[in-house]
Ligand binder design. Structure first.
Ligand code: ADP
Ligand code: TZD
Length: 582
C-alpha cells in the first residue's frame, strides 16, 4: 500500500487514510515531471507554496504576478514542459493573466493556476473576498480554461491542462481552483489512483507524403530560395535537422529574432545582414515555425517586392495558420521535427544547390552591410550610444555563447537584435509577437532557474521599469543575472519637451541621470555605473565570472535612438505622413 503514499512524503508504515486537495495537486504535478512553481503567495494558495517547497519542489516567489507568469512562459518555451504560475484570486489572477495571454500569442506552453472565491457566492454576486468569475474572464485570452470543483478531479484537471498547453500549437492554459477545493479530503488510495501521468503530451504530427512532395517540388524549382526560421523552429528542439536542412539545401536563411542562434549568426548561409534584399528578391520562401504576421509585414508590401513573384512553403503545426495572410502554395502541416526530417529524406544527398548567382548576390549585400556596421561599431563617441555599447556587448556574448540574452525596449531591442550575434539555439528571449514591455525580469529569472546558465538582460530604461522590482527576487535566489539598463533618460530617448511650456516634463521623459545600479545595491547585488564601452565590458565579464546579481547602469546618449525604434511607421501620426507622401 505504500505506493499510495504522497510523492515526496516521508515513508511511513501506515499510509495516510485521507489526502487533501493541496496534496493531490502537488502529487499530480510531480507525477508529470513538474518540479518548479513560479508564483506569488496569498489566500488561498500560501499553504500550497509551502507544502510544495517542503516536498522538494522549487518555488520561485515573485514581487508581482505578471513577472511570475512571464517566468512560467519562458520556462515553458525553454523546456517544452508547461511553466506553472500560481496566483491568488481576482487581482493576483488578473496580474498573471496578461502573461498568460502573452504566452498564448507567442505559442509558449504555460499553465496559470489561480485560487478563486467560492462558486456559490461568485455566481450569485454576493460579494466574496476577491470575487470574480475568473474562468469566464480567462477563457477568451488563452488556449483552454478549466475549473476543478472536486478533489477527485484534480488529476484530470492537471492532465487536461498539460495536454492543452503542449499539444498542437502550444499555448497558455488557465486552471481555476476554488479555495474550498484545497481543503477537500478523500480516501488517500482513491485519490492517488485518480491522478494521471500524461503519456505523449505533444504527439508528433507527421506531414502527408504528398504535402512533402509538393513542398520539395516548389523548392527544387526555385531560382532564389530563402528559408525563414521562426521561434516555433527554436521551440521544436529539432536543432540538428534544421541545420541539416539549411546546409543540405544550400539555401540562405533568415532567423526571426528568437530563432537567432539556431544556426550560429556567423554561418555562411545567414542572410541576416541582407534582410531587405532577400525578402524583396526571393521567389520561394520556406517558413519554418514563423507566422506571416506584422513582424514580416504580413508577407506583402514593399518589403516583399513584387507579390506575383513570391511563393510560400509553410511548415506549421496549426493547419489554420495557412493562408492567414498570403496564399501558401505548399502547406506542410505537422510538427517541425517530423516535417524537416521528411524534407531531408526527400532531398537525399544530391539535392541541386541554388545558383551561384543568387548565393553571391546575397553574400555581396551581406558583406557590404557588415563592413558598414563594423565601421559604426568601431567608433567610440562620448557619451556612449547604442552602437558603441552594443559593440562591447557583442564581444561579451561571443566569448560566452551559452549565456542567455534577454532583450526588451524599442531602440535597445532593435539594435541589440541586429548587432549582437547569437551562436546557440534558444539563447535569445525577447518581447515576442506582441512587442510587449515587461517580460525582462520574469524571463531572466526563469532562464537562470531552468538552465543554470548566466543570463544577460539588455533593457531599455523604460522597459526595465515594468519589472524592475524583481531585482530583489534575483538577489534573493542568488541568480547569475547581469542586467544592463540602457539609460537614455526616457521612453525611446530623453529629449522630448513639454509643448505647453508647463512645469511637467514631456510624457516620454524620465528623471535624468537616474542611478538604476543603486536598486541592485539595495538588495545586496552589485551595482555598476558604466559610461564607456570598456567599463561596460569589464563589468559584464566580472558578472559572468563571479555569477553575482549585477545591474549595470549604462549611460547612453539621450539624443540617440528614434521614436518607437524600427516600428515608428506604426505610430498613427507617422503612418499618416507616409501615406500622404509627406
Ligand atoms: P516568429 O515570431 O519567430 O516569426 P511565430 O511565433 O510567429 O514566430 O511563429 C511560431 C509558429 O510556430 C506558430 O505558428 C506555431 O504554430 C508554430 N509552432 C510552434 N511549435 C511548433 C512545432 N513543434 N511544430 C510545428 N510548428 C510549431
Ligand atoms: N506598454 C507595454 C506593455 N508594451 C509596450 N510595447 C508599450 C507599452 C509601448 N512601448 C514600446 O513599444 S517600447 C517602449 C514602450 C513604453 C519603451 C521604449 O523605451 P526604452 O527603450 O527606454 O525601453 P529605448 O531603447 O530607449 O527605445
Amino acid at each position: 500500500m505504500t505506493s499510495f503514499a504522497p510523492v515526496g512524503a516521508a515513508p511511513s508504515a501506515q499510509p495516510p487514510a485521507e489526502i487533501d486537495g493541496f496534496q493531490l495537486l502537488i502529487n499530480a504535478l510531480k507525477l508529470n515531471g513538474i518540479d518548479t512553481l513560479f508564483g506569488l503567495p496569498g489566500i488561498p494558495i500560501t499553504d500550497l507554496t509551502r507544502k510544495a517547497q517542503a516536498q522538494g519542489m522549487r518555488v520561485i516567489s515573485f514581487r508581482h504576478e505578471q513577472n511570475a507568469g512571464n517566468a512560467a512562459a519562458a520556462a515553458g518555451y525553454l523546456t517544452q514542459k508547461p511553466g506553472i504560475c500560481l496566483t491568488v484570486s481576482a487581482p493576483g489572477f488578473l496580474n498573471g493573466l496578461s502573461a498568460l495571454a502573452n504566452a498564448t500569442v507567442n505559442c509558449f506552453p504555460m499553465i496559470l493556476i489561480s485560487g478563486s472565491s467560492e462558486r456559490e457566492i461568485v455566481d450569485l454576486q454576493q460579494g466574496d473576498y476577491e470575487e470574480m468569475d475568473q474562468l469566464a474572464v480567462a477563457k477568451p485570452l488563452c488556449k483552454a480554461a478549466y475549473r476543478v470543483l472536486h478533489a477527485q478531479d484534480i488529476g484530470v484537471g492537471i492532465a487536461r491542462a498539460i495536454r492543452a498547453a503542449l499539444s498542437g500549437r502550444p499555448g497558455g492554459v488557465y486552471l481555476d481552483l476554488p479555495a474550498k477545493l484545497f481543503g477537500q479530503t478523500m480516501d488517500a488510495a482513491a485519490g492517488q489512483a485518480s491522478l494521471i501521468k500524461v503519456v505523449d503530451a505533444a504527439p508528433r504530427q507527421l506531414p502527408a507524403p504528398e504535402a512533402v512532395e509538393r513542398a520539395l517540388a516548389l523548392l527544387k524549382n526555385a531560382k532564389r530560395p530563402l528559408i525563414l526560421l521562426g521561434k516555433g523552429a527554436a521551440y521544436a528542439q529539432a536543432d540538428a535537422d534544421i541545420r541539416a536542412l539549411v546546409e543540405t539545401s544550400g539555401v540562405p536563411y533568415l532567423p526571426m529574432s528568437m530563432a537567432k542562434g539556431l544556426l550560429p549568426d556567423n554561418h555562411v548561409l545567414s542572410a541576416s545582414a541582407a534582410r531587405s534584399y532577400v525578402l524583396a528578391e526571393a521567389d520561394v520562401v520556406l517558413l519554418v515555425g514563423a507566422r506571416l504576421n506584422w513582424l514580416l509585414s504580413h508577407g506583402k508590401g514593399k518589403t516583399w517586392g513584387a507579390p506575383q513573384a513570391k511563393q510560400f512553403i509553410q511548415i506549421d503545426i496549426s493547419p489554420t495558420e495557412m493562408d492567414s495572410n498570403q496564399p501558401i502554395a505548399a502547406p506542410l502541416v505537422g510538427d517541425i521535427g517530423s516535417c524537416v526530417a521528411a524534407l531531408l529524406r526527400g532531398m537525399g544527398s544530391n539535392w541541386p544547390q541554388p545558383s551561384a548567382q543568387w548565393i553571391n548576390a546575397v553574400a555581396e549585400r551581406r558583406d557590404k552591410n557588415q563592413a558598414k556596421m563594423a565601421e559604426t561599431l568601431a567608433q567610440n563617441p562620448s557619451p556612449m550610444n547604442f552602437h558603441s555599447a552594443l559593440g562591447a556587448i557583442r564581444e561579451v556574448i561571443k566569448a560566452n555563447p551559452s549565456a542567455i540574452l534577454v532583450n526588451e525596449g524599442a531602440n535597445t531591442l532593435d539594435f541589440t537584435r541586429s548587432i549582437v550575434d547569437m551562436y546557440e539555439p534558444r539563447k535569445r528571449l525577447d518581447v515576442g509577437t506582441w512587442g510587449v514591455m515587461g517580460i525582462g525580469m520574469g524571463f531572466a529569472v526563469a532562464a537562470a532557474v531552468v538552465t543554470n546558465k548566466p543570463v544577460i538582460a539588455i533593457e531599455g530604461d523604460s522597459a526595465f521599469g515594468f519589472s524592475g522590482m524583481e531585482v530583489e527576487t534575483i538577489c534573493r535566489y542568488h541568480l547569475p543575472v547581469c542586467i544592463v539598463v540602457f539609460n537614455n533618460n526616457g521612453v525611446y530617448r530623453g529629449t522630448d519637451v513639454n509643448a505647453s511650456g508647463g512645469a511637467d516634463v514631456a510624457p516620454t521623459v524620465f528623471v535624468k541621470g537616474a542611478r538604476y545600479d543603486k536598486m541592485m545595491e539595495a538588495f545586496g547585488g552589485v551595482g555598476v555605473l558604466a559610461s564607456t564601452p570598456a567599463e561596460l565590458s569589464a563589468a559584464m565579464h566580472a558578472a559572468i565570472a563571479n555569477g553575482l546579481p549585477t545591474l549595470i547602469n549604462a549611460v547612453i546618449d539621450e539624443t540617440a535612438g528614434t521614436e518607437s525604434g524600427r516600428i515608428t511607421m506604426l505610430n498613427p501620426q507617422t503612418a499618416k505622413k507616409i501615406n500622404s507622401g509627406n
